[in-house]
Write a protein that binds this ligand. Structure first.
Ligand code: AMP
Length: 287
């Protein structure tokens, strides 16, 4: 693999390689097996892939979160070295490459998708995400880009951004990779205090039980169950739980609102000690 930090070095490599389809995996580093699952899928489908590592300041609505976000450059390169091939590229740009003074900042409008769940609770977050991903797409010009369903709503935002900009890139959504105890892998998991980390599987366990419970109980009852079960652990509090339509992302308030032929995901954000975690699970169709 080649490691580059400037657009000009990246372009030199891309010109030299000239292989298609070109795959891209955008990340913020502190890499784990979730990221690697995207890299694996990209490697199967593309003769060359570009993995970017850039902690994008514009998508953080909380300064402390940005300051504390884990940065593990040496371990990241070591892990990527085990997965990437000779022609693959790791792109680690600085702020000046991504946001040069002359670059025209784009403002996107995503309608309903950005006014619910993460969009509602992290104002400005999705515009920051769309800004950096659109800029990375402009630099790398990928044919296929890989994103994790761990960030369920983000996938819809990226698809909408690509459509608004009339980009030809295909967006591939990849399944959530979990720790053996069920906790969805996340760079932020390493910030959990040990006692909180030990209890964190309660999130996925509760989501799985809720997906079963919805067959007999009403949605408000299921929501109560989720909040009560998770908040039994004293360091945990549920920021939101919503049952959202896979396509529109609009949450439903009752089982009656669930449409035939549509899929619904239970999406949750939880404060676990000082760290905010998100997860989601497919709910069964309700008859
Ligand atoms: P991040 O570095 O957190 O911005 O994540 C980079 C990409 O990896 C995003 O598309 C995430 O959705 C994806 N990702 C992060 N964690 C996981 C996971 N546990 N399973 C699958 N994909 C993941």
């Amino acid at each position: 693999m080649k490691v580059v930090s400037t657009i000009s070095d990246l372009n030199k490599e891309l010109k030299r390689i000239f292989l298609y389809p070109r795959g891209m995996v955008p990340t913020m580093g502190a890499l784990h097996k979730g990221h690697m699952s995207l890299v694996e899928k990209a490697s199967l489908q593309c003769p060359v892939i570009i993995v970017s590592i850039y902690v994008n300041p514009t998508q953080f609505n909380d300064r402390e979160d940005l300051k504390n976000y884990p940065r593990t450059p040496d371990e990241d390169l070591e892990l990527l070295g085990l997965h990437l091939r000779h022609n693959d590229i790791v792109f680690i740009p600085g702020d000046d490459e991504i946001y040069p003074p002359a670059w025209q900042k784009r403002v996107f409008s995503f309608g309903d998708i950005e006014t619910v769940m993460e969009g509602l609770h992290r104002p400005g977050h999705f515009n920051g995400v769309a800004q950096v991903v659109s800029r990375l797409f402009e630099i790398v010009e990928p044919d296929i880009a890989y994103f994790g369903l761990k960030d369920f709503q983000q996938v819809a935002i990226i698809r909408s951004m690509a459509e608004q900009m009339k980009l030809k890139v295909r967006i591939e959504a990849c399944p959530i990779i979990r720790e053996p105890d069920g906790l969805a892998m996340s760079s932020r998991n390493r910030l959990l205090e040990p006692a909180v980390r030990e209890k964190a599987p309660v999130i996925y366990r509760t989501l799985s039980e809720a997906a079963d419970l919805i067959k007999q109980k009403s949605l408000p009852e299921v929501k109560d169950f989720i909040i009560t079960s998770i908040e039994k652990e004293k360091e945990f509090s549920v920021e939101y739980f919503e049952l959202a339509d896979e396509k529109t992302l609009i949450p439903v308030n009752s089982k009656k609102e669930m449409k035939k032929g549509h899929s619904y995901f239970g999406c949750i954000a939880v404060r676990a000690g000082k760290i905010r975690l998100i997860d989601n699970i497919l709910f069964p169709a309700v008859k």
